[in-house]
Design a protein around this ligand. Sequence first.
Ligand code: CP3
Length: 352
Amino acid sequence: MMKDGKFPMSQTKTILRSLAGETLPTPPIWMMRQAGRYLPEYKATRAQAGDFLSLCYNPDLAAEVTLQPIRRYGFDAAILFADILLVPQALGADLWFVTGEGPRLSTITAQSDFDALKPADAIHETLNPIYETVKILRRELPEETTLIGFAGAPWTVATYMIAGQGTPDQGPAHALMQGNTPLFEALLDRITEATIDYLAMQIDAGAEVVKIFDSWAGSLKGDAFQKYAVLPCARITKALKERYPHIPVIGFPREAGDGYVGFHAATGVDCVALDNSVSPEWAAANVQTSGCVQGNLASSHMVTGGQALIDETRAIVKAFSGGPHIFNLGHGITPDADPENVTLMIETVRSS
Ligand code: CP3
């Protein structure tokens, strides 16, 4: 049973058992972006909502798309349907999505842009519908399914707020970090405070686990990785643990490479999510020795399927079989994925 009884109310839900440090015979499974455009039922509900942001802010429809992959596949966890960029919007940034291209935001490049932002505790005005979605989900999910809430990590959110869009190398954010460090750090602090409040409200509404997505952590090196990826994640985790000691936290410093080593201890997270640039054998020896890991099948297998999917899935399950592990992809499933390949992945994990 549980190694140290860290999360006493969690015995029946497999994901909570893994997060408490238990090694299970079969790893629990969920998938990043499991509610998404590869599913026809998602596309239908999104069309009904009108557009992506209207879907995020419509609690009934957001709960519906969250539940779709649970009904279809029986994943062990549901992740709240929302987006990391709702926090900047709630802080006062303009946000819109360009079809086929991605998000666009008003930019933060000067002190006056920052001064126009709202205080962290003003976010709930905008984000109330998200808490409503969480409440609906807690009522409607099967009792064995864990509900995961989430937010973007301050660095990743800041990269979008500074550049006004996704950037291949996060150049504008690095430029502000170098050129106006006090402004950059003030922005990171504001996002950190808002993220703590936002995740606390998700937990109050019924989220059982929270995940912090640092999708662009890989472009921070050395001291910058410590200051702008590790420390904000540690600050958020500490603030949440003070109020909710029983709620596990998953950190995802994507493409951190050797930065994954020691990340559990440095941040206090219960689980480190791994992208697929690290081998499961290396991660088992260097990261899982410090706690639960999540990952890390390449999402391209969800497009290509076949024997390669089966072989790689089995290799991941085997490599992580000696410790706590939650099976997942290394990044979100893509719109061109074949829903049948998801079934094949789940069957392979559960029969490994
Ligand atoms: O995982 C889930 O199913 C939960 C919901 C979720 C979404 N976005 C829904 C979404 C989560 C956890 C996110 C996180 C997110 N959003 C991240 C971090 C994880 C990652 O993918 O690196 C980032 C960087 C964003 C910002 C974002 N949102 C981008 C860059 C895009 C456009 C890219 C794309 O895939 O089109 C989005 C849109 C988005 N967020 C979609 C979904 C399902 C697709 C929008 C649509 O339906 O048109």
